[in-house]
Ligand binder design. Structure first.
Ligand code: ATP
Ligand code: MG
Length: 426
């Protein structure tokens, strides 16, 4: 019978890769704690309507990328394609944004039905930050500074560029959209087919079309800057001032619009040339209208999300993954014969009591000395402990360094913990 394989575009993270994930997760969690952000966990499934009403029906995500199914009792549910809408739903449902500021973060799988390729999967993972209740640009800056700090921490700051834009107020966007649509309709034949379709559904998205002919046409299109409202202009100016002051380099990209409907004012992306077509590692922006749009009291919101798979691809291509994260063991305990196996089991437990940070694996399943030593070597442990009949009689254990340094020694059971501590954490 044919074996069952994983769903296309969805991948297992195997034990040899898991340390990289744990490393990244640890670094990002630490980053959030440095800034006083608190974690929120929401369900992976939400009512379909939540995404339609927030992300927008004319967007790629809602139009063709959602995993939607009907619920047994009726109604439609969707595997979350992103987490901002779910965060807003949860914060509103529990009254967390009522007269208070929330700085939140999340981490977890997202689902989008896209064509799988490098850096693009159908189940992928995001870390994200969301802030509710602050409308001033200092928080826009904080969210960007935070990501810049992460790149420095991970040693990849030199390959990531910050792109920045402002989308202005809703009324500025409406006015601009009308002018843009009129211009593009008059030049319909010069547009790529995707953009022609978007003209009716999501015309602003045409601005970041990858098609060269469309881009050439856009050089003559009305410029959004001319339609921007005063308040958005000064908000953007202050954000740039803070970033300049912090020596964060950025490029203002007037064509950066981001895919989702709910953004206003600040939008940004961190991109790299090192990952091919899927070069956006992190993107975010302000969504001041979203909470009210979902039925809540008007409350400003802003956030970003980063793709963990792309971040890991970048770390690997930069060789910025620390080598020592892959070694899961300090000690491998070899034991010969059934009496030694009993004593070894107890010794292992006692060492774990005495040295809680020690990573010790007990050899299980018997076998002769040679085969056990081979396994000890392959385990990556720094030290093998050998317990045979002679050692049992003398209440000693042989300590054998496996990675070159130090010589083999016999150590009394009672001194073993102290000795291991000395040789493993000198
Ligand atoms: P893209 O430009 O790649 O389509 P997006 O604008 O759809 O990205 P967002 O919704 O802003 O992406 O999600 C934030 C981040 O999540 C992206 O910058 C990317 O790193 C990651 N991401 C999005 N979609 C995928 C996917 N299908 N597979 C892997 N990572 C993804
Ligand atoms: Mg996308």
């Amino acid at each position: 019978m044919a074996k069952i394989k994983a769903v296309r575009g969805m991948y297992d993270i195997l034990p040899d890769q898991a340390p990289i994930w744990q490393f990244v997760e640890q670094q990002v969690r630490h980053l959030f704690s440095q800034y006083g952000y608190r974690e929120i966990r929401t369900p992976i499934i939400e009512k379909t309507e939540l995404f339609c009403r927030s992300i927008g029906t004319g967007t790629d995500v809602v139009e063709k990328e959602m995993y939607t199914f009907s619920c047994r009792k009726g109604g439609h549910l969707t595997l979350r394609p992103e987490a901002t809408a779910a965060c807003v739903r949860a914060v509103e449902e529990h009254g967390l944004a009522f007269n208070q500021v929330q700085r939140l973060w999340y981490n977890g799988p997202m689902f989008r039905y896209e064509r799988p390729q490098k850096g693009r999967q159908r189940q992928f993972h995001q870390f994200g930050a969301e802030v509710y209740g602050i409308d001033s640009p200092d928080i826009d800056a904080e969210l960007i500074l935070m990501t810049a700090r992460l790149w420095r921490k991970l040693g990849i700051e030199q390959v990531l560029q910050l792109q920045l834009n402002t989308l202005g107020s809703a009324s500025a966007r409406t006015a601009y959209r009308a002018e843009l649509v009129a211009f593009l309709k008059a030049n319909m034949s010069a547009l790529d087919t995707d953009s022609q379709r978007r003209l009716a559904t999501n015309p602003l998205r045409i601005l970041d079309s990858k098609d060269t002919a469309t881009q050439a046409l856009l050089d003559h299109a009305p410029v959004f800057l001319d339609y921007l409202d005063k308040e958005s202009i000064s908000h953007f100016a202050r954000l740039k001032q803070i970033l300049d002051d912090a020596e964060i380099r950025y490029q203002v990209n007037p064509r950066l619009v981001r895919g989702l409907d709910y953004y206003c004012k600040t939008v940004f992306e961190w991109t790299t040339d090192d990952l091919g077509a899927q070069g956006t590692v992190c993107g975010g922006g302000r969504y001041d209208g979203l909470i009210a749009q979902l039925g809540g009291r008007p409350t400003p919101g802003i956030g970003w999300a980063m793709g963990v798979e792309r971040l890991i691809l970048l770390l690997k291509s930069m060789q910025a993954v620390p080598a020592d994260i892959f070694n899961p063991l300090d000690v491998y305990l070899i034991n010969l014969g059934s009496v030694a196996a009993l004593v070894a089991q107890k010794l292992a437990e006692s060492l774990r009591d005495q040295l809680p940070d020690l990573r010790l694996q007990l050899h299980c399943g018997g076998g002769d000395f040679k085969s056990q030593l081979k396994k000890a070597d392959r385990s990556g442990a720094k030290v093998a402990l050998l317990l045979g009949e002679d050692e049992l009689v003398q209440e000693q254990i042989q300590v054998k360094p496996l990675r070159g340094q130090g010589k083999q020694q016999n150590i009394a059971f009672v001194e073993l913990a102290t000795h291991l501590q000395q040789i493993l954490c000198p």
